[in-house]
Design a binder for this molecule. Sequence first.
Ligand code: NAD
Length: 467
Amino acid sequence: MTEYRLLIGGELVAGDATLEVVNPATGQPFVTVPRASPRQAEAAIAAAKAALPGWGATPIDERRARIVALADAVAANADALARSLTLEQGKPLPEAQGEVAWTEGYLRHYATLDLPDRVIQDDDQGYIAVRHKPLGVVVGIIAWNFPLLVACWKIGPAVLAGNAIVLKPAPTTPVTALKLGELCREIFPAGVVNIITDANDLGAHLTSHPDVAKIGFTGSTGTGKAIVANAASGLKRVTLELGGNDPAIVLDDVDIKATAKAIFGNAFLNAGQVCLAVKRAYVHEDIYDAMCEELARLAQEAVVGDGLEQGTSIGPIQNRAQFEKVQGFLETARRDGKVIAGGQVLDRDGFFIAPTIVRDVTDGDRIVDEEQFGPILPVISYADIDDVVMRANASEYGLGGSVWGRDVERAAAIAGRIESGQVWVNQHIAIGPHIPMAGFKNSGLGVEQSVEGLAEYTQTQVVNIAR
Ligand code: NAD
């Protein structure tokens, strides 16, 4: 059986304690992994700090080459990584394979990003250039929905910019991150990448540590706010990718079958546990019944099961706490609206909920106002465009939003009125390493991806020479 180890200072080490990891498809532990103590978190930060001078002075092309090597290693270990993703996270194996392929692609793209010195004056009076310097020790803290991809969203830009990182996965999905640690050990100098696990107890320590310069966080809005508070006394740089309650506005001129299929796919990917999933569908009253019917048909057709079984299209909820939270949403959905597909927990072991479509709900109902983060989609009727835009924007969140219509110009004009970091027309969750990703309001702080995201892992320095 595989022995998992933490990665601290270039060494694979046992944890001071252990952690059992549950397979959400069975509800039973399937592996024991190390759990780092505060002492080991301290050692990881010290190792990162010690690695900084050497790594920061390493030529950028060499740093790029290491990131490409990590992409190669991810590709070479794709089968094992995908299998462990399905085992710990629950997603169907083809989705896990997709996550591994995305991870490789993101890393390859990061390796091409460039933040060259920018000369803003060079004349008789003087020379002024703007540079981007490494920040120092970065802490990356992530959620449990994309344990491999999001780990690399932190590691790639952080180390390309010349920082060293301590990455901490979510306690319920540490396995793939530890496998990634084994790969990183072969590729990066000691201390540049450190990977430690916890039982939800090291976050405050890591994010308030005086030797940490920057925190890259993906997770819930509540934890994001706690991190900002913790980081405040040290004025640490913080990038937050938080929750969302993405609206999809469906106009009256759509092709109903095709649009329902696309919206269903973007609502139920990873059993709805995607920050950028469609979480509220606003459908024009003229096509409301037909759209609800089609969405319900798709939900009934979906194959819910163990992600390792061939043919499964929707896996379990990732962990028991989220499973219980989503059951609470099911109750309020039954109370406030009409459940036309799903609506129940599956009668089997594991954390399974049948994909659920709820109609006849509206703004003010909990299932519409709050982020479900599970396989439930509320479908809301509207009559007036100004009204639906107002309702779409009446949220504490502003991560993504989409408008669906045959008349693309009309749809794009409406999309431009949605208050969210990304607005799409006739698509949703369309993201990439070259596309800045940001959130309005309680959905985040700062930008990830692209050169803009990379810049957030650097300190701007002005060099100003008198002549
Ligand atoms: P969470 O905030 O509870 O946990 C995320 C991570 O934070 C975990 O690693 C956890 O151990 C750590 N953590 C917990 N307390 C901490 C503290 N006080 N200080 C520092 N770290 C701490 O989130 P979750 O429930 O695991 O994830 C679900 C949420 O994450 C959803 O709201 C979802 O929308 C959001 N999310 C957002 C994105 C995005 O990119 N915007 C991506 C995935 C998930």
